[in-house]
Design a protein around this ligand. Structure first.
Ligand SMILES: Cc1cc2nc3c(=O)[nH]c(=O)nc-3n(C[C@H](O)[C@H](O)[C@H](O)COP(=O)(O)OP(=O)(O)OC[C@H]3O[C@@H](n4cnc5c(N)ncnc54)[C@H](O)[C@@H]3O)c2cc1C
Length: 232
């Protein structure tokens, strides 16, 4: 019937990370995370929620939307870099740690949280680096300092899958807009209209997908209804 479709893949989903100690942090939110997929241009930022299966929250959903097709091609297994502090400038993060060391040399590492990170997350990051949280900031040493700077700005994880089937919010792909008129009528098959999710239209969260479904549904309904004039 002359209808071209773009292969559908899920979009807006959560990531599975099979690291029990990490998933023990379920419910923890890093307010200013930056997520990126190494060796690609895909990145996102915003709050990151740690769940009992991996990660969710706005930063995760946004990255799943921006990289939906790439992630599908990787069979939902790919490396993920997490910047926990919303500042990708490692030098600036190192300076922040220096300020803490200068201000609180006798305080224990576990008691002063850089960038106001949640306590459980900070303790986990220390543990991940083999740094005892009862150590004093003045005893951190060059090696520990470098490790922490790297972990705060470029923490490495492996995504092993996505959230459960049917938990995805929207489909990336569908009926190609190139085979439709601006009124969403098939060029090859007049009087056949498409609207909503079936179109190759998808967006990040925030109501944009529902809005697209309502708007195109209204438009197509008006245009196709007998006696109605097409919308301009
Ligand atoms: C878990 C979840 C959370 C979401 N959250 C958001 C959000 O927060 N914000 C946002 O903007 N969007 C969100 N979405 C996306 C949004 O819900 C969809 O984009 C939108 O509902 C699409 O509307 P639609 O009418 O085009 O398709 P659908 O809502 O999928 O409606 C299609 C209908 O067609 C019926 N149907 C299918 N095949 C046939 C057939 N052969 N014969 C007759 N009927 C058939 C189906 O049963 C269904 O009722 C979410 C989606 C999911 C799944």
């Amino acid at each position: 019937m002359g209808i071209q479709t773009i292969a559908p893949v899920p979009s807006l989903f959560t990531f599975t990370i099979k690291e029990p100690l990490f998933c023990d942090l379920m419910g923890t939110v890093a307010e200013n995370a930056i997520l990126s997929i190494p060796s690609t241009k895909f990145h996102s930022s915003g709050p990151l929620l740690i769940t009992h299966w991996g990660i969710s929250g706005p930063a995760t959903l946004k990255l799943s939307s921006l990289a939906a097709r790439y992630i599908s091609e990787q069979d939902y297994r790919f490396p993920l870099a997490v910047n926990w502090v919303g500042n990708s400038n490692a030098q600036a993060v190192a300076e922040h740690l220096q300020v803490i060391i200068a201000a609180h040399p006798q305080k224990q590492l576990g008691s002063i949280r850089p960038f106001d990170l949640p306590t459980r997350l900070w303790l986990y990051l220390l543990q991940k680096n083999g740094i005892n949280n009862t150590k004093r900031w003045s005893e951190l040493g060059r090696k520990g300092f470098n490790k922490l700077t790297e972990t705060l700005t470029n923490d490495q994880y492996t995504v092993n899958g996505k959230g459960t089937f049917r938990d995805e919010f929207v489909t990336c792909g569908g009926v190609s807009l190139s085979c439709l008129t601006p009124a969403l009528e098939s060029k090859a098959c007049p009087n056949l209209f498409f609207a909503g999710e079936v179109l190759d239209v998808d967006a990040i969260t925030g109501g944009f997908n529902l809005q697209a479904a309502w708007t195109t549904g209204y438009m197509v309904g008006k245009t196709s209804a007998k006696g109605e004039q097409p919308l301009s």
